[in-house]
Ligand binder design. Sequence first.
Ligand code: NAD
Length: 425
Amino acid sequence: MDASSELQGFYKLTLEKRREVLKKATSLTDEEIKALANTGSLSPETADHMIENVVGGYTYPLGIATNFRINERDYLVPMALEEPSVVAAASNAAKMARAKGGFTVTNTGPVMIGQVQVVNVPEPEAAKAKLLKKRADLLQKANDQDPMLVSLGGGAKELNVKVLSTVKGPMVIAELIVNTGDAMGANAVNTMAEAVAPMIEEITGGRVFLRIISNLADRRLVKATAVFEKEAVGGEDVVDGVVYAYAFADADPYRCATHNKGIMNGVVAVGIACGQDIRALEAGAHSYASRSGKYKPLTTWGKNKDGDLVGTLEMPMAVGLVGGAAKTHPTARADIKILGVKTATELAEVMGAVGLAQNFAALRALASEGIQRGHMKLHSRNVAISAGATGVLVDLVAMRMVEEKKIRFDRAKELVAELSKERKA
Ligand code: NAD
């Protein structure tokens, strides 16, 4: 931009005034300003309280994935995202899983880790022993911060201490292991970690710097499995193709990144719909995938004795129903109601099932007809719209591009011109 990005006092202005300043600074048109002013189901006041320097809102399409049967219950799954074919793929995969009863998902409980970093510790190993000796006092101090959570059966349950060798010398890391109940738990755990820090300094004789939750939520895992009948997925060849696809991801991080991205297509879309911290979900997923020192798939695929396809997924799923946008965003609240989940772990289990379904759908498409056929059919509508098609022209242009197998912006532009001329004539 040509103007300065130092917008003095921007944070103090109302939304309306911020938009005026923005308009001047960026030469946005009235229409563009209107597009970003819309806060959707959020009131402008709520939006203004959620983050800083708010000028408006941003809306994703919200779709409902159908056919899901998880732990012998049916679910309609809200998904918010911009990518075509994800909702259709999830619904289709869930339909194929139904023949064998759908998805079975378990979880390890809503347990998060809060880390306290202590540096300049004179005797790290001795400090570790002293901290462990004071375990009960430290847990008590942590739990004093959140009587509500403790009253619900949650709270700090364990203390771990490790000595790390780092580029800045040895460090003592004290870890609070906290059951966060129906909360994602970042605020709750961070508050506890901050509260125990002075005690930890006193016990160790060191200096505390960081006091923060770990997003490698490896004590908050979901484990999902599903069996896909050989006949339902398209035969033995497709089953073999999916197993080979998994083996490829297991052996190669370049493939594995995309394999895991496909899982996150589902997980993140449900996460957004239900007001979750999707950065935390992504960080948890990819750090867990790398826990062996090699980046690995979050799912496995194999065959059972009948030749059916068996998929499993294991990944952290730090989600909450209290706190964050799950509580403040009206659409998130409605989506949680659509799902009908009663606890954070139930939501985590649904998201694990969706991740597995999404991965299956992508691998099946890749292993058979290729991803582009289905994808591009849906994508063609987006290309048509971006080339200027409106109303009935969207489908007409999209259809023509699919027929011609030329789903490209330049062709869409030509077709828009051609077909609108024809329609006028
Ligand atoms: P929160 O603090 O708003 O709510 C949790 C609190 O709700 C608990 O401490 C408890 O006192 C109370 N509570 C009431 N009923 C409960 C129940 N049934 N189960 C559990 N607690 C109950 O939210 P939070 O979950 O602690 O924090 C989540 C927010 O923290 C997210 O918005 C996230 O974006 C943000 N955050 C994330 C990170 C990170 O991931 N690294 C860091 C900082 C903040």
